[in-house]
Design a protein around this ligand. Structure first.
Ligand SMILES: Nc1ncnc2c1ncn2[C@@H]1O[C@H](COP(=O)(O)OP(=O)(O)OP(=O)(O)O)[C@@H](O)[C@H]1O
Ligand SMILES: [Mg+2]
Length: 252
């Protein structure tokens, strides 16, 4: 057991008006560890993802990266700290190309007449985006195609590729296999395993319990905004995991 987790929340609560989306939630992820985050619709998974990624500040509780408490003021700060997030409602820009999406918000520039403003190094971005996606096993013939011309599954692949290519410490994936066919979903699970091998931490949110059971080291179960179980994956099987999620464990 490493003494200090990579990323951790302690007693985090978050309400939307009168809706308590998270109540005293604590969880942690270590380097090279894949943590599954599961729960029924509305359990608070995406809200927790947004707290972890700096979109929402918690109403109370603390957030620690490598043992240091942070009060993130924006998602950019979290990105700069090496934590990449793929949101459930994935934030791709449909009219931009695949490579522009991979580089969204951190476009490469090269020095030009305009000095600091520079030009976007388009060719280099296209090539690097292609290499990044290729390296993690998501092949694309042409990264200059607009994302609007891709299938839902291909868009998802680009979003995942972007997250994995840039992450230095942690990847947070909210339902990454949602719109994918069986083969593509399997590829995403392979990407998660590769990230783990690179000693990145991974938080994997999914309703697809066989995926969760196959790829995670530990599972955190949320129900109505609270952690009801946090245990090694080996302690669950399909039936007990479903029972823990629904709260109907043992009831027949
Ligand atoms: N922007 C918002 N404004 C108000 N309430 C919200 C907002 N986002 C989420 N909620 C509420 O907070 C609770 C938790 O929602 P959240 O999206 O975190 O659940 P989830 O576990 O991700 O669900 P799903 O599996 O459907 O994605 C729900 O009751 C939801 O209705
Ligand atoms: Mg959600």
């Amino acid at each position: 057991m490493s003494a200090v987790p990579l990323y951790e929340v302690k007693n985090v609560s978050k309400a939307y008006g009168s809706v308590a989306a998270l109540t005293n939630v604590s969880m942690a992820v270590n380097p090279g560890e894949v943590v599954g985050l599961v729960g029924d619709n509305g359990a608070g998974k995406s809200t927790l993802v947004k707290v972890l990624s700096g979109i929402h500040a918690p109403d109370s509780g603390s957030i620690l990266l490598e043992g240091t408490e942070h009060h993130w003021r924006s998602p950019h700060e979290v990105l700069a700290a090496g934590i990449e997030t793929l949101y459930q409602d994935s934030g791709l820009a449909p009219n931009l190309s695949v490579s522009a999406n991979v580089f969204l918000g951190r476009e490469m520039t090269r020095p030009g007449l305009l000095g600091k403003l520079g030009f976007l190094a388009q060719k280099k971005m296209d090539r690097t985006a292609y290499e990044d996606l290729e390296r993690i096993g998501i092949g694309f013939t042409s990264t200059d195609r607009p994302v609007a011309a891709l299938s839902g599954g291909q868009r998802q692949a680009v979003a995942i590729g972007r997250a994995v290519a840039w992450a230095r410490k942690l990847i947070i994936l909210d339902e990454p296999t949602n719109h994918l066919g069986a083969r593509q979903a399997g590829e995403v699970l392979d990407v998660i395993r590769a990230a783990k091998d690179k000693q990145l931490g991974v938080i994997f949110v999914s309703h697809t319990l066989p995926h969760v059971l196959s790829v995670t080291d530990r599972i955190v179960v949320l129900r109505l905004g609270q952690v009801v179980k946090d245990a090694p994956t080996s302690e669950f099987d399909a039936e007990s995991l479903l029972g823990t999620i629904t709260g109907l464990l043992g009831a027949r």
